[in-house]
Design a protein around this ligand. Structure first.
Ligand code: NAD
Length: 788
């Protein structure tokens, strides 16, 4: 035998991680009291328990207390009670507690890792080297934020009591992503881990006790969907932070509609892994292994769609197959294991079903010929080729070790395929040409883009999705925003629109009779239904008529907004100049607009003129901010720069108020336009002529056709159409409470970002600045590694 032959014949011996400490912990704990409420360990009120088992052999690990509604009540009450003191504690006080939690976790790092692998099935190398260190980093990083909150977020308060619901794929890491920013901002917490993986959360609660987290600040309750729903629907909770499937995310969006609860949703994905022909193919193969087979593919941002340039596709797939044959499928606690079992039999069955269906729809599913343990919920790594874009494996989140492969010819085709999904969580771009990679990254509809890398995370960098991957970010500055109460200045409560009295003609007649039309795609157009709506003065006299917009008109307006590429593609400097010009043109007609406001609102001439002047000032402000509200550059502790780019949300629907019909409208459309969004606006229902008078101002101001579209008509009806429209990306509503609640509830089709005033108007005199700009952007984190 030659040395080479000997070398090739060598196999790995098993290298098991010791589990004795974890077993001792499991044996010593009284799991019949595993709810952590108000600093006490309790059984559920009706003493129910559920099993958590080891997915590598199906053996019982523990019988864990299940929380019922009364337990959730107790946990919320404890969090409420602890809130005033915790949120009023100094930054330094909270920093010490967060730091102590991080340090105590560090001391028990190995126990956390082993428990996580036992409970979830993930290979010990991953829990030891990735999950647990990242979780610790999260606490230590956030300890640092507590003392800078006043400076970084002046005047902002804690969101309050937060309900947090997390999945099973990264049990401890997801807990850290939720709990650390909440504690840093002064919130108190009721957290529910996933029912498959409660163990590390129980150990974490022990750490909280030891690290001096005050009683009631962190409450941990266990259970499944029922317990989750009890948290979501609890009236004592101010904010819900959810990580899990898009399906449940939508249920939660509906359930919280109209409740005033703040909401962040971190949901599923179907992320693209794009390999260009000039990529370093061997590195890309290693990246792919990490991208799709890390944690058995049970990763929200798994690179589950491989898009490879046709010229290198065969060579690349051949390399992938060779690499797949070397993946070691086996026991989670073996340090040589690359792929462990899936979390549960139900998950294994689901993955098998999806693979069978993918094959039935024409995909060729290949698996390496490797050893698999005979017990446990193992699934071989699977490569699906010949996958049509509509194949279930290309569209559905499998959440297992299954890679769907497609090829592309041109850069444009790569972007189009990558974006052909309802999700938008992450993407990897592989090319040795950094110019190409940085050209492609902004075109991808995804919250995170890794260049020549994958699955990079850090507490300093935001993570979260576009589209049906949810909204809100975890980590970084933007992650803290999610735990701070909204800061918009409140205005009066908005009453539902009163039935219209019949119009009385003012008897003055109009020189030439004119009905204001709608403004769609840069043109004044008649409403589709050819109906119009009388506009009355406060005394009930007829001031004019406007088009009665319909569902079809909103659809046309959304299409025009979507088709307008010139505005989002314009430079920020260019957008600034157009907005300045808009302000300039409006200022030339100050008196005319003031008279219109006097006529329609009954305001004094002085007040009306002040409203017009303030509207002009506001346009000036946002023109100025167009090229200043920029992103950040992070330097995480790996050799990478992370560019937190501000991108437009897309097509934004805006429902403007009746009070301050000009200033309210301008205060909402100007930040949206400044950040490159295109807009479909529904102006004040009672004073729409103020908006229709703007058409000419807009026409003279060089705004490209479709950048702004205005549809007059009945607010509630038109808002419903916008809320249900899946091509609207964001919706801002200032209206009566019913319309706001409806907008939130009806937005679940594409999980558009909805902001409402919850039935109140704003104080328009001061409704300006960062909250509006922030709402007008999505933050995309682009990771760019450096070094050889
Ligand atoms: P899931 O949605 O079924 O469950 C998630 C959590 O929600 C669990 O704790 C569950 O008990 C609870 N839950 C279920 N129904 C509920 C209801 N009606 N009301 C309230 N709570 C309810 O998801 P899962 O199968 O546990 O996790 C996998 C999903 O999580 C995948 O889609 C994955 O992409 C996603 N995920 C996303 C991220 C992210 O950051 N975007 C991170 C990890 C996982």
């Amino acid at each position: 035998m030659t040395i080479l032959e000997r070398y090739q014949a060598m196999d790995y011996a098993t290298a098991p991680e010791a589990r004795s400490e974890a077993d001792a912990w499991l044996a010593a704990r009284d799991f019949s009291k595993s709810l952590f409420i108000a600093g006490d360990w309790r059984a559920g009120i009706d003493a129910r328990t559920f099993d958590t088992e080891d997915p590598s052999d199906g053996k019982l690990l523990a019988k864990v207390s299940e929380a019922g509604a009364a337990d959730i009540d107790a946990a919320v009450a404890a969090a409420r009670k602890a809130l005033p003191k915790w949120s009023a504690a100094s930054g330094y006080e909270r920093a010490k507690v967060l730091y102590a939690v991080g340090r105590a976790m560090q001391r028990h790092q190995r126990l956390f890792a082993v428990l996580e692998s036992l409970d979830n099935g993930k290979p010990i190398r991953e829990s030891r080297d990735i999950d647990v260190p990242l979780a610790i980093r999260h606490f230590i990083h956030h300890a640092g934020w507590t003392q800078s909150l006043d400076r970084e977020f002046p005047g902002r308060k804690a969101a309050g009591v937060v309900g947090q619901i997390i999945p099973w794929n990264f049990p401890l890491l997801m807990l850290a992503w939720k709990v650390a920013p909440a504690l840093a901002t002064g919130c108190t917490v009721v957290l529910k881990p996933a029912e498959f993986t409660p163990l590390t959360a129980i150990l974490f609660a022990e750490i909280c006790e030891r690290a001096g987290v005050p009683k009631g600040v962190v409450n941990i309750v266990h259970g499944g969907p029922e317990a989750g729903a009890a948290i979501v629907n609890h009236s004592g909770i101010d904010k819900i932070a959810f990580t899990g499937s898009s399906e449940v995310g939508k249920i939660i969006r509906k359930a919280t509609a109209g409740s005033g609860k703040k909401l962040s949703l971190e949901l599923g994905g179907k992320s693209a892994f794009i390999v260009f022909e000039d990529a370093d193919l061997d590195s890309a193969v290693e990246g792919l292994v990490d991208g799709i087979w890390f944690n058995q593919g049970q990763v929200c941002c798994a690179g589950s769609r491989l898009l490879v340039q046709e010229s290198v596709a065969d060579a690349f797939i051949a390399k992938v197959k060779v690499r797949m044959s070397r993946l070691r499928v086996g026991a989670p606690l073996d340090k040589n294991t690359d792929i462990g079992p899936l979390v549960d039999r139900t998950q294994l069955d689901r993955v098998k079903r999806l693979v069978e269906e993918g094959a039935r729809q024409g995909a060729v599913c290949w698996q390496p010929d490797c050893d698999v343990p005979t017990i446990g919920y193992y699934h071989l790594p699977t490569l699906a080729t010949g996958v049509a874009p509509a194949n279930i494996l290309a569209q559905e989140e499998v959440f297992g070790p299954v890679l769907a492969t497609m090829s592309f010819r041109t850069n444009e085709e790569a972007v189009e395929l990558a974006n052909n999904t309802r999700y938008g969580l992450a993407a990897s771009v592989w090319s040795e040409n950094v110019n190409l990679a940085l050209h492609v990254a902004p075109q991808l509809k995804a919250g995170v883009v890794w260049i020549n890398g994958t699955n990079m995370f850090d507490a300093a960098c935001g993570f979260g999705g576009y589209r049906e991957s949810g909204f809100g970010r975890e980590g970084g500055r933007e992650g803290l925003e999610e735990y701070l109460a909204p800061s918009e200045p409140h205005g009066p409560v908005i009453k539902p629109a009163a039935p219209r009295p019949a119009a009385r003609d003012n008897g003055e007649g109009h020189a030439i009779d004119r009905t204001a039309k709608l403004f769609i795609g840069g043109k004044q157009v008649r409403p589709d239904g050819n109906y119009s709506l009388p506009v009355l003065t406060p005394k009930g006299k007829l001031a004019g008529e406007v088009g009665l917009g319909s569902r079809k008109d909103i659809r046309d307006a959304v299409s025009a907004a979507r088709a307008c590429k010139a505005w989002p593609d314009a430079t920020a400097y260019n957008r600034a100049q157009v907005l300045y010009y808009l302000a300039e043109n409006l200022s030339g007609r100050t008196e005319e607009f003031a008279s219109r406001l006097v006529e329609l609102t009954g305001a004094s001439h002085k007040a009306a003129k002040a409203e017009v002047e303030q509207s002009i000032e506001r346009l000036f402000y946002y023109a100025g901010m167009a090229d200043k509200f920029e992103g950040l550059v992070h330097q995480p502790p790996v050799r990478t720069v992370t560019l937190a780019l501000h991108e437009p949300v897309g097509v934004v629907g805006i429902v403007a108020p009746d009070d301050a019909p000009l200033l309210g409208l301008i205060s909402l459309i100007a930040p949206a336009l400044a950040m490159g969004n295109t807009v479909v606006a529904i102006p004040s229902e009672t004073a729409p002529l103020v908006a229709t008078d703007l058409y000419q101002v807009i026409e003279y101001s060089d705004l490209p056709a479709g950048a702004i579209n205005i549809v007059t008509g009945k607010r509630a009806e038109l808002t419903a159409v916008l809320a249900r429209h899946d091509d609207v990306d964001g919706l801002w509503v200032v209206a009566e409470a019913e319309t706001c609640a409806m907008a939130e509830a009806e937005s679940t089709g594409n999980l558009k970002r909805v902001w409402t005033g919850h039935g109140r108007s704003l104080d328009w005199a001061s409704a300006e600045g960062e909250p509006f700009l922030r709402r007008a952007v999505e933050i995309k984190n682009v990771w760019v590694p450096y070094g050889d």
